[in-house]
Design a protein around this ligand. Sequence first.
Ligand SMILES: Cc1ncc(COP(=O)(O)O)c(C=O)c1O
Length: 445
Amino acid sequence: MNAQPTPAVLPVDLDAFWMPFTANRHFKANPRLLARAKGMYYWTADGREVLDGVAGLWCVNAGHCRAEIADAVAQQLNTMEFAPTFQMGHPIAFELASRLAQLAPPSMDRVFFTNSGSESVDTALKIALAYHRVRGAGQKTRFIGREKGYHGVGFGGMSVGGMVNNRKTFSTAMINGVDHLPHTLDIAHNAFSRGLPHWGAHLANELERLIALHDASNIAAVIVEPISGSAGVILPPVGYLKRLREICDKNDILLIFDEVITGFGRVGQPFAAQAFDVVPDLMTTAKGLTNGAIPMGAVFAKRKVYEAFMQGPESVIELFHGYTYSAHPAACAAALATLDIYAREGLLSRAATLSPVWEDAVHSLRGTAKVIDVRNYGLIAAVELEPRPGKPGTRAFDVFLKCFERGVMVRQTGDVIAMSPPLIIEPQHITRLVETLGEVIRGID
Ligand SMILES: Cc1ncc(COP(=O)(O)O)c(C=O)c1O
């Protein structure tokens, strides 16, 4: 890759920025500053090339610094930088919604815009509550999430989420009436599965137990990630999602798929709903929608959900919800340019084509000391390490740091190293990513 001179961007003072989901003191003592990006690579502030194994943060699906996106955003900002979407509209918001509806699974053709994954989740939860209420079933208010789920950091998403570190500090601030299904990670049964594991579909039946406990008349929705990313890549066992769908259908419960990371080609189809052939009622997205260039999220709703709201006097607002920046013109421009790139370069199906190469590469780490599992689907993979006794997470954190020193960016969560590269990745990048990771794991205590 070309190595242009890196501008001197070292900030004089790292103190003021309270960094999100970061060990601030450790980082500020050992900063890892990214200054420039192109294609598959970042360059650090001191000019080192770093291969991006995580698409930034699961979002830069078309690779970095796509000129088409930057140009579209610049043009939009020079034409109309902002327009309200409360009781007003602007054309590219409608154009984008129509384009998205065409990509979505059948009948999921109504789109509500947000600015992030967290906002998409909270929006979907509110739509679920309001949907039941407009149909005269306002007592259906309970939600069911899943252990180890991640649905962002809003109060709703945090409450249906299932990662203890995100919950424990805020335990009394959770929304009421939430239960959790068991997670589907089972290394004893499924270690080193290639693709979806075969053991565990029965775990979906736990939903029936929760329905028996609360009665379906009280339950609004079930929310799951088709593949959990943040908790360390947890795959749905074969048949599991279909079973959830069946149980929800039988009990008039909405099924929400949180596709913030699985959306936009990560699993070889536009959405995991298509890859797994299970259509939810609501689908939350963000990240790859704009290739990470401008913050934006979108909630897809089945037409029947939208239509349920379209009653009563026409001049009355049907859903009292929205954000100042819902369908922000710059974000719409970024998303349209992103969708053009995805279409032109076939990126929404590329993960399916590359996945055998990806799978073979990551599973070559099987047998490496300390590696207790390798999981993969589409262009996602996780390598799980045996934790150091009494020091969970430290081994994988050290692996993450060493990989970065060696010019490869991966993501650490607990004792898992997760990878989700830009969908433009080529086999030689896969080789470098996995070889570096393997060498680092072998060299770490
Ligand atoms: C499945 C899922 N839902 C929601 C979110 C939250 O998205 P954001 O950080 O854009 O709020 C994430 C972020 O990683 C996610 O993976």
